[in-house]
Design a protein around this ligand. Sequence first.
Ligand code: ATP
Ligand code: MG
Length: 345
Amino acid sequence: MKNKKPLKLSVPSQVNQITSVSTATFQDGELHPISKEKESPNYIEQSEVDFEFSLEDLEAVKVVGKGSGGVVQLVRHKWRGNSFALKEISMQMNRSEEIQKQILQELRIHQALQCSHVVGFYHSFHRSRSIYLVLEYMDRGSLADVLRQVKTILEPYLAVVCKQVLQGLVYLHNEKHVIHRDIKPSNLLVNRKGEVKITDFGVSATLVSPKGQRDTLVGTYSYMSPERISGSTYDCTSDVWSLGMVVLECAIGRYPYMQSEDGGSCPDFYELWEAIVQNPPPSAPPDQFSPEFCSFVSACLQKETEKRTSSVDLLSHPFIKKFEDKDIDLGILVGSLESPMNFPR
Ligand code: ATP
Ligand code: MG
């Protein structure tokens, strides 16, 4: 296979307006440049850098994570020095057609997104047994990595995290008509500037895709909304439920359906199904948290979708507004932590 192709690599500089975007798409074993996006507010300003770019131009620095799909490494461009996250998705182990379709879906959806609260997708390469995604490197890892060190996150910082995730969700839901479907701590990445970005679109569904594709039961069960785990139809507000679960977990320091921090083994699928579908939704204890926070969690964790607040309306919720002009710097919190690479899982 021919490895080198002249490609334009877009490197994000500052949050402002998109000027232009270029990336490449993987199709039928070949890479093809994809078209530029129109100008739109609230997206990343991209400064274009034109240079030859191939997988061989990247050198591995360190493995930074491992998920069910494969390994994620910090890599560096050999001459230019840019850092990226290289996510390898192994196509070995006789991956089923369904999984392969999901992987290609992740590429298709992710490469079409340009938002300062969605992890940048720069490139994809196909080698015989693997697909490699070149992603924006988020140097403080995921919210799950942060939680492993701090155990709980205080309300002012949580408001800053929530606002950024909501901005990402509003972009996905309202601009791109995409339901993420796998919002969970390990898919919310953080960098030293205190930016929070959504990643992993392997199980995302565009609202315009055929209904059948949207109804398959994929994604992480623990953060799934009642309508999703019970196999009913669902909409963008299922991501809002997942966000509510994540936020509550960050506040109380344990997965909300677990009784205590060391509350024994993780619930299995049927226990989870019973808890999520049959029990009242979890809530923030009002004696430990502000009324605004309790109300925010409750607005997310409504079992009936019609009663759940949309991502766009949550952006103006009193909990988010309360800390907006307080200049809370999440960068200080995450900057004080051990790098996830040095912190054992
Ligand atoms: P799952 O298998 O359920 O998807 P996961 O989300 O943890 O779990 P991956 O998406 O493969 O699996 O990511 C593994 C870990 O790698 C993440 O938890 C995070 O710590 C790290 N990681 C992923 N993407 C990046 C990135 N762009 N920058 C920095 N670290 C990343
Ligand atoms: Mg992930």
